[in-house]
Design a protein around this ligand. Structure first.
Ligand SMILES: [Zn+2]
Length: 405
């Protein structure tokens, strides 16, 4: 058991049992503090059905109400007390320090501050806690970002990778010299910039090239009011053990300790309003415990390889669409693509890859087999058909994976 777990777990258990209607009911027969690993997990469905039963404080102590990002189902209501907001600020401060941000930095926060998101609030609080100068440009105008770069000479930016790419396009169109601008660090949220072996993906490489800046990946979950940020080694997000405990579980619920990929299950420490115990995030990644090159000894969370419910079964093996995505993204002659999964039988899904471009199916099939160990069906089609599949009328963002199972 880690030192942080031994220190914080008993208090977390007693607090949740006493104050949360959900945990009071779940733990009513447990007298002594149990081993964390012996308790049941809680998933997002339970959290959404019993949403306000997780609240441990009276309404008048709630200081902020936000919603979860809602990638699955209806967004949950998530509440924080003033102390929770301070905890969030400390968490983000540690995260930014990991990325080498110092009080001397001037930082553009190019993330939405409104629409009930926690992210903008968290970054703003963390940067203020750290002592930086913050410029809240938001994420609605690339032109405003470029204008503020010119006027205030910021040294870092926090943004979603796709917005950094849009801003780079705008810079090119307006002949703005982004590569030699003052911004030298880009903290990326919400979308992957590395593949499973920590190498920058296409998106990550194009951002570093266009911005002339070093990029850092962070992973955050609203319900955990926590984010893990990479250091310069780019070898996974450092865990803040006094605030969060992570377990990686396999499909059978066993804890994986050898750096294997599994579902991220989290327990929050020090949360007043809505603490969580063994919460299944639905995201899959690996956790590494070896000391980092930067000298920190805290565990590191590897790149998110996918959502647990997206995992594909294919003739005795399993894989995430992100593995196929990584191969297709780098394949010569593939301009656009979409991956389609259909249910074939109990043991196997059928996987079809539609591509637009002049790639030869034989070469592509070999590349996929080498990396992903499977041979999907590959079909050439029109740009229009792929566009229609990537952006159906009800979609909020472009997708390259269509799950028809
Ligand atoms: Zn490190």
């Amino acid at each position: 058991m880690s030192f942080a777990l031994a220190k914080h777990w008993p208090e977390t258990f007693r607090y949740a049992k006493k104050h949360s209607p959900f945990y009071r009911e779940q733990f009513r027969k447990i007298k002594n503090v149990p081993r964390l690993a012996d308790l049941p997990t809680v998933n997002k469905t339970v959290l959404s059905e019993r949403n306000l039963d997780f609240l441990c404080v009276p309404q008048n102590r709630v200081a902020e109400i936000v919603t979860t990002s809602g990638t699955t189902g209806k967004p949950l209501l998530w509440m924080l007390t003033q102390n929770d907001i301070q905890r969030l600020a400390v968490n983000e401060k540690i995260s930014f320090e990991c990325a080498g941000v110092t009080p001397r930095d001037v930082v553009l926060v190019a993330v939405a501050m409104d629409r009930c998101f926690i992210a903008g609030l968290a970054y703003w609080q963390g940067l203020r806690e750290l002592g930086c100068a913050v410029v809240r440009v938001g994420a609605s105008s690339a032109l405003l970002v470029l204008e503020m770069i010119e006027r205030v000479q910021p040294t870092a930016i926090v943004a979603v990778p796709s917005f950094l790419r849009v801003s780079a396009d705008k810079a090119r169109d307006t002949k703005f010299d982004l590569k030699n601008c003052s911004v030298k660090k880009a903290i990326c949220i919400g979308e992957p910039i590395r593949d499973h072996n920590f190498k920058l993906n296409n998106s990550g490489r194009s951002i570093e090239a266009a911005w002339g800046a070093k990029i850092f990946s962070t992973y955050g979950v609203t319900e955990l009011a926590n984010s893990l940020c990479e250091c310069r080694a780019g070898a996974g997000g450092h865990l803040h053990e006094n605030q969060l405990h992570l377990e990686i579980l396999d499909d059978a619920g066993n804890i994986l300790t050898g750096g294997e990929v599994g579902e991220i299950v989290a327990t929050t420490f020090g949360v007043e309003a809505m603490p969580l115990i063994r919460y299944r995030t639905g995201d899959c990644a690996a956790l590494f415990s070896k000391k980092c090159k930067c000298g920190r000894a805290t565990p590191r969370l590897g790149p998110i390889v996918g959502r647990k419910n997206q995992k594909l079964k294919f003739k005795g093996t399993s894989l995430f669409p992100s593995t196929l995505h990584a191969v297709l993204e780098q394949a010569d002659g593939v301009e656009h693509f979409v991956i389609i999964a259909r249910a074939e039988n109990e043991l196997s899904d059928s996987i079809e890859v539609l591509i637009f471009g002049d790639a030869k199916p034989v070469t592509l099939r070999e590349a996929i087999q080498a990396r992903a160990k499977i041979v999907p069906q590959i079909r050439h089609t029109t740009r229009e058909e792929i566009e229609k599949l990537q952006l159906p009328p009800d979609a909020r963002k472009r997708r390259t994976f269509v799950d028809l199972r």
